[in-house]
Design a protein around this ligand. Structure first.
Ligand code: SAH
Length: 212
C-alpha cells in the first residue's frame, strides 16, 4: 500500500476508535509514523498497533495517541510537559497543537533519536531534556497540560505541583501491565479531581537515567 493510502486508512481507524476532534486528526495526519519506528517494523508503521522502538520500549498505537491527545484538550496557547518522549511520535502530534512543549526522556539513545526526528520534521517548539521525568521540569512550571506516557503507581505529587490550577494531567496509573487505568487529573484550588478514562497498557515509569 502507498504511504498516502496507508495513512488514510490509519486515520479512519483512529476516527472509528473514538477520536472526533478534527484538530487532533489533522495533527496525526501530518506526522509520518514510519519515521518513528525501527527499520524492521517500518512496513507496519501505519497499522493501528503498538510497535517496538528498541530498549524494551514501545510506540503507542495511533488510536491511543489520538484518544490521549484528544483527552488532554490542548490549544495553541498552552505550555505542555510530556514525560516519556520515547520515539517522539506523541511529542510531534502534541507539538503541532500547543504553543510550547517540554519533553523528558530517561534513555539517552531514545532522547537523541527523538530530537533528530523532530528536527527533521521542522518542529521547532519542542525543548527536550535527558532526565528522570518524575521530577518534572521545575524551571518551566507551571504547565497548563502534562502528559505522562509511562505508567506510574499513583499521581506523582511533584508533577501535580507543577500543574497550573485548572490544568489537566493525563497518565496511566497501575502496577502491572494488566491493571493500568488511564487517568485524567484536573488540578483545583483545593487539590485535584481524578477521572478514570479506561484500561491501557504502558511501560512503567522508571526512576533515574537509564544505564548505557
Ligand atoms: N510516547 C512515546 C512512547 C512512550 S514509551 C512514543 O510515542 O513513542 C515510554 C517512554 O517513557 C520510554 O521511552 C521510557 O524510556 C520513558 N520513561 C520511563 N520512565 C521515565 C522517566 N522517569 N523519565 C523520563 N522518561 C521515562
Amino acid at each position: 500500500m502507498k504511504p498516502d493510502a496507508a495513512m488514510t486508512r490509519m486515520i479512519e481507524q483512529v476516527r472509528r476508535g473514538g477520536v472526533s476532534d478534527e484538530r487532533v486528526l489533522a495533527s496525526i495526519e501530518r506526522v509520518p509514523r514510519e519515521m518513528f519506528v525501527a527499520g524492521p517494523f517500518r512496513p507496519r508503521a501505519y497499522e493501528n498497533a503498538t510497535l517496538p522502538i528498541g530498549y524494551h520500549q514501545t510506540i503507542s498505537a495511533p488510536v491511543v495517541v489520538g484518544l490521549m491527545t484528544q483527552a488532554l484538550n490542548v490549544t495553541d496557547r498552552m505550555k505542555v510537559l510530556e514525560v516519556g518522549t520515547g520515539s517522539g511520535y506523541q511529542t510531534a502530534v502534541l507539538a503541532l497543537l500547543c504553543r510550547r512543549l517540554y519533553t523528558i526522556e530517561r534513555h539517552k539513545a531514545l532522547f537523541r533519536d527523538g530530537e533528530k526526528r523532530l528536527e527533521k520534521l521542522g518542529i521547532t517548539n519542542v525543548t527536550a531534556l535527558l532526565a528522570d521525568g518524575s521530577g518534572g521540569w521545575p524551571e518551566q512550571a507551571p504547565f497548563e497540560r502534562i502528559m505522562v506516557t509511562a505508567a506510574a503507581l499513583d499521581v506523582p505529587p511533584v508533577l501535580l505541583d507543577q500543574l497550573a490550577v485548572g490544568g489537566v494531567m493525563l497518565l496511566p496509573i497501575g502496577t502491572g501491565k494488566e491493571d493500568q487505568r488511564l487517568t485524567r487529573v484536573v488540578r483545583t484550588a483545593e487539590g485535584a479531581e481524578t477521572e478514570d478514562l479506561g484500561g491501557v497498557r504502558f511501560v512503567p515509569l522508571v526512576p533515574d537515567l537509564a544505564k548505557g
